[in-house]
Design a protein around this ligand. Structure first.
Ligand code: PEP
Ligand code: MN
Length: 257
């Protein structure tokens, strides 16, 4: 088992960056992202092969072919792969390629999936359900840990509120709370909270200042062509701006700043 991932998230002096497209779309797309991340010493790439889309008409991901594309490009470059598993039946395939298994917001209440992930020897990035309370989220984590896997990373990605101007409301208080309540590392996903690219940088900065151990950000070589979550993807220049602004931030994390 590769314990370097657990160490990365536990000892982070600055939030660990996980970046990449919403969905794996092509070799060219992934190679461009891999090259960009490598030059900036970012060691975690994200990209979905199995996409839980709200509409069945939308792009559902490349499936196993997508996993092979991201593996072939990211692994030789030394990048760790974060990708979603939607169903128990996908665990074996996803485990062949992924370093961290993502459970999406729509799957947080899938207790058979959570239980099955309890017997996997890889970290699970557990996203908060879009309408889940903090306690429900922590109980979902408990399903994984009771199964024998305590390599859990919690991910706050915003919750539904009455406010339609952002896609979801990033719950900054929850970031601080679950770090204390669970002891697990907490990653913030400002992209799915924002829904629009101009809100991603301010939300990422807020999450980092609140003590997030990692940030997961959607990044695309050409957002205008993205097959999913087009409006919220940062392009390379915007991502560089984010890195610059993060470097200038003094965080509020106890014992870490
Ligand atoms: C994703 O990370 O692309 C995704 C589908 O996120 P969420 O489950 O938070 O909606
Ligand atoms: Mn997405």
């Amino acid at each position: 088992a590769d314990r370097s991932i657990d160490a990365d998230f536990a000892d982070a002096a600055a939030p660990v960056m996980i970046a990449g497209p919403c969905a794996i779309e092509s070799e060219e797309q992934i190679e461009a992202v891999v090259d960009f991340l490598r030059r900036r010493n970012i060691r975690y790439i994200r990209g979905g092969a199995f996409k839980p889309r709200t509409s069945p008409d939308d792009f559902q991901g490349l499936g196993e072919q997508g996993l092979r594309i991201i593996s072939a490009s990211a692994r030789p470059a030394g990048l760790k792969i974060v990708t979603e598993v939607m169903d128990r039946s996908q665990i074996e395939a996803v485990c062949r390629h992924a370093d961290i298994l993502q459970v999406g917001s729509r799957s947080m209440f899938n207790y058979t999936l959570l239980t099955a992930l309890g017997s996997v020897d890889k970290p699970v990035l557990l996203k908060r359900g879009m309408a889940a309370t903090v306690d429900e989220w922590l109980q979902a984590a408990e399903y994984v840990s009771r199964g024998g896997n305590d390599r859990i990373i919690l991910c706050e990605r915003g919750i539904r509120t009455f406010e339609p101007r952002c896609r979801n409301m990033l719950d900054i208080a929850a970031i601080a709370q679950v770090r204390h309540l669970s002891g697990y590392p907490v990653v913030a996903d400002p992209s799915h909270a924002a829904g629009r690219r101009e809100l991603v940088v301010p939300l990422a900065l807020a999450a980092a200042a609140a003590g997030a151990d990692g940030l997961m950000v959607e990044l695309h070589p050409d957002p205008s062509t993205a097959l999913s979550d087009r409006e919220q993807a940062l392009d390379f220049d915007q991502f560089d701006t984010l890195l610059k602004r993060l470097a200038g931030l003094r965080t509020a994390r106890e014992g870490k700043a």
